[in-house]
Design a protein. Structure first.
Length: 204
């Protein structure tokens, strides 16, 4: 395990994050990012599946199989972001590192999380370590809207029967946050509001 951890490369995580921030993936326009992720997963030797849940909107899945059957763990993320809004001091689709923090649309939610998952999967694949079961990655569309990507994923038995799922959400540089064991649910309303653009979970 220690040898495997040594194969994790922080600079690779940063590089992936910067490249993904440069690929706009506002809800409804996730295909380019999904194809980028697909290419990375393929380069790690993973089995790939693209599932188009609507035209131009694919879920992307990659599976790394162990040497023997066993439990199946998935690293899950959503590929869409909310719109950039108008209050950026820099180009939201060009990553900027300032005071040790990386800024860009989707950096926190959740392209850095995707980058961490890809870094981990690459380290496992490159190490040749033997393990039982399967490690997988799933990138789903539409989390910022009605979750059609997650629902489409759950419609498939092979994903519904996973033994565990890790949601690779970042806490926006707050190292004091614990690892959560659950997340909020969702109730949808149609409400028209005038005002400044903000994320629903961080309206301030």
């Amino acid at each position: 395990m220690i040898d495997l951890l040594k194969k994790l490369d922080d600079s690779y995580t940063i590089k992936l994050s910067e490249e993904m921030i440069a690929i706009p993936s506002v809800t409804g326009d996730e295909e380019a990012l999904a194809l980028y992720i697909k290419d990375k997963l393929e380069s790690y030797g993973m089995e790939i599946e693209l599932n188009y849940v609507s035209p131009g909107r694919p879920n992307v899945h990659g599976v790394l199989k162990g040497s023997k059957p066993g439990k199946r763990l998935d690293y899950n993320a959503h590929t869409d972001t909310v719109p950039a809004g108008d209050d950026w001091l820099t180009d939201p689709f060009k990553a900027v590192i300032k005071d040790g923090k990386l800024y860009g649309r989707g950096a926190c939610d959740m392209k850095t999380g995707i980058a961490c998952s890809l870094n981990m999967l690459k380290a496992v694949a490159d190490s040749g370590v033997e393990f039982n079961g399967e490690l997988s990655f799933s990138g789903v569309v539409d989390q910022e809207a009605t979750d059609i990507g997650a629902w489409a994923m759950m419609d498939q038995e092979k994903w519904r029967s996973l033994d565990g799922v890790v949601l690779t959400y970042s806490y926006c540089g707050d190292e004091t946050k614990p690892i959560p064991l659950g997340l909020t649910g969702k109730v949808l309303y149609n409400i028209n509001v005038k005002g400044k653009v903000a994320h629903g979970f961080r309206p301030h």
